[in-house]
Write a protein that binds this ligand. Structure first.
Ligand SMILES: [Zn+2]
Length: 255
């Protein structure tokens, strides 16, 4: 028994431009079925990626829904592709983690809803942040360019933090209510997780040192990812998206 049938011409485009009203002024093509919103976000972020005093050549990254166990990632140095994943394809142990985490939030009704809220918006722009970091590192020709590139391979905390600053600034400007709610959920989830940092150790140093081991434990790795987002969100003074990306050519990942 259908409730109503409405024919909307070019439905994905209509849906995307309704969700992101600024797109109504642009020529817009939706290249993939799911999730059309992500392609729209990528086009919009790329359109804003003009860095002060830096000639940046960008190409909108491709989006592939094949991230598997990593949930979301960007191919540094190769491919120019952001990888995301469908909830149905998220491995069962991780689905169980998200289902558990959703119960801590009080407003995310399911693991799926929490996952989509995190990965199709916040962490999607975080991956676009990695995309921009990578573009800038490959297009720098200053005296510190090579050092920055080398440091970026091991400076895990700083590399994640720069991407988080970009995503935090983006959502402050393009979805503040969403960002406030998400960070509030992150705080609630994080409070329930055991602290993986050994007593007396610095969280940042430990994350870098134990990175490979931590990625095997969703709660420990999750604790750090949530902590890094919360820290970027709490930084004062808050950076605008433009300020966040203008810092990229001077970022040497040496902290
Ligand atoms: Zn990242």
């Amino acid at each position: 028994m259908p409730f109503a049938c409405i024919y909307v011409p070019n439905f994905p485009v209509a849906a995307a431009s309704r969700a992101e009203p600024e797109l109504q002024a642009c020529a817009l093509v939706i290249l993939e079925g799911k999730p059309p919103l992500e392609k729209a976000i990528a086009v919009k972020v790329e359109a804003r990626s003009h860095i002060d005093n830096f000639e940046l050549q960008t190409k909108v990254p491709g989006i592939r829904i094949d991230a598997g166990v990593t949930l979301s990632s960007y191919d540094n140095g190769t491919g120019n592709v952001v990888h995301e994943e469908y909830w149905e394809k998220v491995p069962l142990p991780e689905q169980t983690t998200f289902n558990q985490w959703a119960t801590y939030t009080g407003d995310e009704s399911s693991g799926r809803q929490l996952f989509e809220d995190m990965f199709y918006r916040f962490f999607f722009v975080h991956e676009l942040g990695h995309w921009m970091q990578d573009q800038v590192l490959n297009q720098r020709h200053d005296a510190k360019a090579q050092t920055a590139k080398k440091n970026a391979e091991t400076a895990r905390w700083q590399y994640e933090t720069v991407a988080n600053r970009i995503s935090v600034a983006w959502w402050r400007e393009h979805g503040q209510a969403y960002l406030i709610r998400l960070v509030d959920d992150f705080r609630k989830i994080q409070r329930k997780l055991p602290t993986p940092v050994p007593p007396g150790e610095d969280a940042r140093a430990f994350f870098t040192r134990a990175y490979d081991k931590l990625t095997e434990d969703p709660n420990a790795y999750g604790w750090f990812q949530l902590q890094m987002v919360i820290s970027a969100y709490e930084e004062q003074p808050a950076m605008s998206f433009q300020q966040a990306i203008d810092k990229l050519p001077g970022e040497n990942y040496d902290k």
